[in-house]
Ligand binder design. Structure first.
Ligand SMILES: NCc1[nH]cc(CCC(=O)O)c1CC(=O)O
Length: 323
């Protein structure tokens, strides 16, 4: 009996059809919707299916609903994924589309990332109507960001800057900038590209200048372990992105799975070799430690764990404690 219920909840088998559409769970922000539409578009193209074979199911998450407090304060990673995971468990969606940057390193039992889409540009973008670049910001300029990583990286490079909390989706942040709450902000270049809003930014920042967040620019599909829906992604799932994320996410897991700590990490694949760079920064920017590894793509996760161990030793206990 129980087995039957479980099988039912795993939902979809056989190709999706207008009679029995694949239910794609997503958050409701413009960026999340763009990512869900990209996922649907790839599925339609790969399988020659009509739009009606898919249903986009929107769930508001705690991260979206709570706008007046810092994310790190209300619980960090998991806020943007919890409700969608509950929808998977409740059987009301078949898959969930996530920005992998928002996905905790430890998934709930029974759920898996069944596919990664080909990764977008990983870089951060500099947004300011008055100033051309970080280097061009005047002494003491006010910069808005809610990302502890970006705050710490910025203060490390420019201790003179003042960083203020800046939350909300891309549109909200652009409005705050126009209202003069800050002179500049940062957004993921990938998010701006997906929204076709690159013109809002000065341009991308090289990774040598600002190492991105783990998994930035990557979309992942979450489903029940063993879900037949996973097979639908085989024609376009990106193995290279999965390997890069295996290294970056193992690195993050080895340090701290939450987003309450300033951690950056980026892996790139060159032929058979994976090159991982990672860094940890004190929240006030006063200290930064970096590690890198090069090795076989098949060793991605081990390299991530190893680089994390190096940085744990370099940082010492209490490294991420504020003040
Ligand atoms: N934490 C919010 C979040 N999660 C993913 C993205 C951007 C898209 C991506 O990195 O894939 C953003 C916004 C931002 O950092 O500007």
């Amino acid at each position: 009996m129980t087995a039957q219920i479980t099988a039912d909840r795993r939902g979809h088998d056989g190709p999706p059809s207008p009679d029995r559409p694949l239910r794609i769970g997503t958050r409701g922000s413009p960026l999340a919707l763009a990512q869900a539409l990209e996922t649907r578009g790839r599925l339609m193209a790969a399988h020659g299916l009509p739009e009606a074979a898919f249903e986009i199911v929107v769930h508001t998450t705690t991260g979206d609903a709570v706008q007046d407090r810092a994310l790190s304060e209300i619980g960090g990673k998991g806020l943007f994924t919890k409700e969608l995971e509950e929808a998977l468990f409740a059987g009301v969606v078949d898959i969930a589309v996530h920005s992998m940057k928002d996905v905790a390193t430890q998934l709930p039992d029974g759920l898996e990332i069944v596919a990664c889409l080909p990764r977008e540009d990983v870089r951060d973008a500099f947004v300011s109507s008055r100033h051309e670049s970080v280097a061009a910001l005047p002494r003491g300029a006010v910069v808005g960001t809610s990302s502890l990583r970006r705050r710490a990286q910025l203060l490390h490079r420019r201790p003179d800057l003042k960083v203020v909390e800046f939350r909300g989706n891309v549109q909200t942040r652009m409005r705050k900038l126009q209202e003069g709450v800050a002179e500049a902000t940062f957004l993921a270049w990938a998010g701006l590209r997906r929204l076709d809003m690159q013109a809002a930014a000065r341009g991308p920042i090289e990774v040598s200048e600002m190492l991105p967040a783990v998994a930035q620019g990557a979309i992942g599909i979450e489903a029940h372990a063993g879900s037949p829906a996973a097979a639908l992604f085989a024609p376009f799932a990106c193995a290279e992105t999965a390997a890069r994320l295996a290294a970056e996410r193992a690195f993050l897991a080895g340090l701290d799975g939450s987003c309450r700590t300033p951690i950056a990490g980026l892996a790139v694949v060159e032929g058979d070799t994976l090159w991982l760079r990672g860094e940890i920064i004190r929240p006030d920017g006063s200290e930064l430690h970096a590690a890198e590894r090069r090795g076989a793509v098949s060793d991605a996760a081990a390299m991530g764990a190893d680089a994390a161990a190096e940085l744990r030793a370099k940082g010492g206990p209490g490294f991420f404690d504020a003040g």
